[in-house]
Design a protein around this ligand. Structure first.
Ligand code: C2O
Length: 344
């Protein structure tokens, strides 16, 4: 059977997965009994997510205003930045058990739920931002770390007076430091860029012989957590988290630790690029060894999550409703993929 959404009223203590110790912060969401089912919205104008390295000053101001509005909501509002960040902690740090009375942690990483869960998370985060600034077409940017032109922290995140700033970042990795997708520690920027492109080529093309190699392993009701991540989750995705996390903090905060990652606005633009990798893989890359890129297993399609929507209504969503980004009303700016022929 598919993984069922968590019971918010049974949310408990979360664990710091980097140290194995219980967390002293409460990352459980507000509880409500009313749950609505998500309905795919009529698709009108498609929201376009643009590269964070290329956005205009005008867009940046709007984006900052939206995050600022989210940060100004009361802490107990499920749409507040604090609660949005806690969504990640609750779903990823063992605060929930799988429903049904057992004691098995619910975990959305390291399995085929990774891409769908984060797509939904970003969908609602973006919708909330849009509703706060009364711009239903608002779209998040993405951190284009797979392209040499995007391989630094996007400069718009560096202004310490802005809402999208976060102090807990590795100070040695601010621009012009080049993202190191292999965490090699190499400091020659040209070698790092070349290594990054090789990694992308392997994760997106060469390394996958089945849909599960890319998406992650099956994860069903009653299964223990972490059956196995897909190539992109295991590789570039995790490296970006670790690389941004602050070495001055006790355990990799903010980006380098599941419970705190959502506190850095960079998290959401890192994950839009991760989501973009899914779109590219699904629709734009040659099939190679994986002629069928769909998972048709009902335990995948019917897995479900709960999120608060832009009207603060608790909403039940399923994996099958998020498989096509266009039906959710968004797409990504088309940017060169210099790794596509980057055979090692
Ligand atoms: Cu939920 Cu990048 O992790």
């Amino acid at each position: 059977n598919p993984i069922e959404p968590p019971e918010f009223n049974k949310c408990g203590t979360a664990t710091n997965l980097n140290t194995g110790k219980p967390l002293d912060i409460n990352c459980c969401p507000p509880v409500t009994t009313k749950i609505i089912d998500f309905k795919l919205p009529p698709v009108g104008k498609i929201r376009v997510r643009n590269s964070a390295h290329r956005v205009s000053a005008e867009y940046t101001a709007k984006y900052n205003a939206a995050i600022k509005a989210m940060k100004s909501l009361p802490d107990d509002d499920p749409r507040s930045f604090k609660q949005q960040a806690n969504v990640h902690c609750a779903y990823c740090n063992g605060a929930y058990d799988q429903p049904g009375g057992g004691k098995i942690d619910l975990q959305v990483h390291n399995s085929w739920l990774f891409f769908p869960f984060h797509r939904w998370y970003l969908y609602f985060f973006e919708k909330i931002l849009g509703s706060l600034i009364k711009d239903p077409d608002f779209a998040l940017p993405f951190w284009n770390w797979d392209n040499p032109k995007g391989m630094t922290i996007p400069p718009i995140f560096l202004d310490s007076n802005s809402a999208i700033y976060d102090v807990n970042r590795n100070q040695a990795h601010l621009p012009p430091a080049v993202i190191d997708l292999g965490l090699t520690g190499n400091t020659d920027p040209l070698q790092v860029v070349s290594n990054n492109l090789t990694i992308m080529y392997n994760e997106m093309l060469r390394g996958n012989s089945s849909v599960y190699d890319f998406m992650g392993k099956a994860y069903r009701e009653g299964d223990g957590p972490n059956p196995g991540p897909g190539a992109s989750e295991r590789g570039s995705h995790t490296s970006v988290h670790v690389w941004v996390g602050d070495t001055r903090t006790p355990s990799g905060e903010d980006m380098g630790n599941f419970y705190s990652a959502g506190r850095d606005p960079l998290f959401y633009v890192h994950h839009t690029n991760v989501d973009r990798m899914w779109v590219l893989w699904q629709y734009f890359l040659p099939s190679n060894k994986v002629p069928d890129k769909r998972i048709t297993d009902p335990d995948f399609l019917n897995a479900a999550f709960l999120f608060y929507d832009e009207n603060a209504q608790l909403t039940r969503v399923t994996v099958k409703d998020c498989l096509d980004n266009l039906s959710l009303g968004y797409e990504y700016e088309r940017i060169d993929l210099p790794w596509i022929d980057y055979r090692p």
